[in-house]
Write a protein that binds this ligand. Structure first.
Ligand code: ADP
Length: 381
């Protein structure tokens, strides 16, 4: 009986070093990573190039042997260092969809789809194979092309075939390594929607790797943000954007203004803080750390460009400043059709502002800038 019946994968303290001689922490490509992949969910490993996403996925697949930690799938131990368990990739309940889809060019569409039933972990016999493959091809809209060569399919059709073939191996989890990265932007966005709707339709569990934050936010139920072999944050897409826990996550997911903080003091009511910055004291309604773990200095005030308030001033008149407002000078202004992208400067700190297109201001103009406490976050690191 599984200890974790609701989790398809449980990863505990996974470590991988490619360096066989050194054992220092800096040599770990994956350095103590723990996470769960709940059944039926779409979970994405997201982070910049070299942060350890592919290494983690390859350890899950068994294509790399980890240096330490434990991997369980469907309640069974696949890898454990003290117990000396390393289940071979072909014996793990997974199917991998690589970047290039891995379609066999010398086989028909039907034979490609049937491959895991003829050669995989859950081999079958007889007519059942053809009937099941045809049924799955029908569900992904490829039944009329069953007897064509796989190379005669378009990029999108090849992706559907790769997906159908993976599902026909009855995997506990589908592992996808940047499967859309070789496509142009328009096709990528179309296939992204298709991939998500197939995943929902078949209720399959997916572990996906990408460095593209838009792709991760659009596709995932849960995003795991990685940096330098560590996990920075595990959260739902909306929460990652609205409640980043570190300056790295805030900057990597969307764009963020990060103002260095000198001192922090708690608000009398609620969880927020007042943070002293070079533009003045800023009231932050949210804080990445609760009071017991909050430092008294350092960290950043984080405000998204669309949450910065801005108004123009009239030349020759002294502007009246409200609470949490300060003066800034426009550095640059870019018209983007539906909005203006401005960079303003206060106390030598550049602040990006997404403003309404009708706001009349040009480089060199003085403006009043304000932050609202309920959209401003204090980040301790
Ligand atoms: P990502 O998928 O996030 O781009 P990787 O997991 O591919 O990152 O790589 C993580 C780190 O491990 C990088 O520093 C990379 O250079 C290193 N690395 C990856 N594969 C190997 C390998 N086969 N041999 C040695 N170092 C590797």
């Amino acid at each position: 009986m599984s200890k974790n019946p609701v989790n398809s994968i449980v990863i505990t303290e996974l470590r991988k070093s490619y360096d066989r001689t050194a054992g220092s922490e800096s040599t770990y490509a994956v350095d103590g990573v723990s996470f769960d992949v709940p059944k039926g969910q779409f979970v994405t490993l997201l982070g910049p190039s070299g942060c350890g996403k592919t290494t983690t996925l390859r350890c899950v697949a068994g294509l790399e042997q980890a240096t330490g930690g434990r991997i369980e799938m469907g309640g069974q131990v696949m890898f454990d260092v003290p117990q000396k368990i390393h289940v071979r990739p072909e014996d793990r309940p997974i199917a991998m969809v690589p970047q290039s889809y891995g379609i066999w060019p010398h086989m028909t569409v039907l034979d490609n789809a049937a491959f895991p039933m003829r050669h995989g972990r859950n081999r079958r016999k007889g007519q059942d194979i053809r009937a099941r493959a045809l049924d799955m091809l029908d569900q992904v809209g490829l039944a009329p092309m069953a007897d064509r060569w796989a190379t005669q399919l378009s990029g999108g059709q090849q992706q559907r075939l790769a997906f159908a073939r993976a599902l026909l191996g009855d995997p506990e989890v589908l592992l996808l390594d940047e499967p859309l990265s070789n496509l142009d932007a328009k096709l990528r966005s179309k296939l992204r929607q298709e991939l998500r709707s197939f995943q929902e339709q078949f209720g399959v569990t997916a572990l996906y790797v990408t460095h593209d934050q838009a792709e991760a936010l659009a596709l995932s139920d849960i995003v795991i943000v990685m940096n330098h072999g560590h996990i920075e944050q595990i959260d739902h897409p909306e929460r990652l954007y609205d409640h980043p826990r570190s300056s790295f996550v805030a900057d990597f997911i969307g764009s963020a203004n990060l103002l260095p903080v000198q001192d922090v003091s708690p608000l009398r009511d609620g969880d927020g803080v007042t943070a002293k910055t070079d533009v003045g004291p800023v009231v932050c309604g949210r804080s990445s750390a609760d009071e017991s773990q909050r430092p008294s200095s350092g960290g950043y005030v984080c405000v998204r460009p669309e949450n910065v308030r801005i108004r123009t001033t009239t030349e020759g008149q002294e502007p009246k400043l409200g609470d949490a407002e300060f003066l800034a000078t426009v550095d640059s202004s870019e018209f983007l059709g539906d909005r203006l992208e401005l960079v303003v400067r206060a106390a030598d700190i550049p602040i990006t502002v997404s403003a309404r297109a009708g706001l009349g201001c040009r480089p060199g103009d003085q403006v009043v800038v304000g932050f609202d406490a309920n959209t401003t976050t204090y980040l301790a690191s």
